[in-house]
Design a protein around this ligand. Structure first.
Ligand SMILES: [Zn+2]
Length: 232
């Protein structure tokens, strides 16, 4: 079927995230919306991101039910269709329990503006009470691209998988900085951040990062390699 290309996109994202150390345990899910349908592809629950193959990327409907096969899917899958219903502009979603992302989630607040790349999330991060879409929805504004789920992990959203996945590894970087930089470090002023946001958009940074993720995945992933949970 024509939308099979999106199954492969979801798989590429799993492998790319794994290459960044974001998927070496059970848990975490990537999804790609099937344009024009109430369907999306997401990964099975019972493997790590690096172990996934095309057979592990499953088609689900907007009730969170499997359209094909009989594999275990995450009990937390519901926010994917919840976000797709609320945000027609969203074509892909990534959720992980990356180490730094999880540390940030324990703080229960957005990342501080400590570096150019943090500006993606400045003013565009929601804090959810939990990962139930009923809880997330009221917290989410139009234009938000990340959701921090306290004591759990985070979600990134994009118009396509390139954007959602590249934002996720960028959020991991921003979280790492936030955790490691002392609390009294100066924060980037808002007008400076606005300039940087414009420059990043012009530099096509997210697409370049997605291309890099796929190159890293091709080198790191052979279906056997387990990438360390906390990337060096
Ligand atoms: Zn989770």
């Amino acid at each position: 079927m024509s939308y099979e290309v999106h199954r492969k996109e979801a798989l590429d994202a799993c492998h790319g995230l794994a290459a960044y150390g974001l998927g070496s345990g059970i848990g975490g899910h990537v999804s790609v919306r099937v344009p024009g349908e109430e369907l999306y592809f997401s990964n099975a629950l019972d493997k790590t991101f690096e172990e996934m193959t095309l057979d592990d990327i499953l088609l689900l409907d907007f009730e969170g039910r499997l359209v094909e096969g009989d594999r275990a899917i995450s009990p937390g899958i519901g926010f994917h269709q919840g976000i797709y219903k609320l945000r027609p502009d969203c074509g892909a979603i990534v959720h992980t329990h990356g180490h730094w992302i999880t540390a940030q989630s324990a703080l229960g607040r957005p990342t501080r503006n400590l570096h150019n790349l943090c500006t993606y999330f400045h003013g565009h991060t929601a804090i959810a009470p939990d990962d139930d879409i009923e809880a997330i929805a009221p917290a989410m504004k139009d234009g938000d691209i990340a959701i921090i789920i306290p004591w759990h992990g985070a979600i990134t959203m994009g118009q396509d998988i390139a954007e959602a996945a590249a934002l996720h590894v960028t959020l991991d970087y921003a979280c790492r900085l936030d955790i490691q930089v002392p609390q009294d470090a100066p924060i980037m002023p808002d007008d400076h951040a606005a300039t940087i946001q414009g420059l990043l958009a012009k530099a096509n940074y997210l697409q370049l990062t997605w291309d890099l993720m796929k190159r890293k995945a091709a080198r790191a992933h052979d279906g056997q390699v387990i990438v360390p949970n906390v990337a060096a």
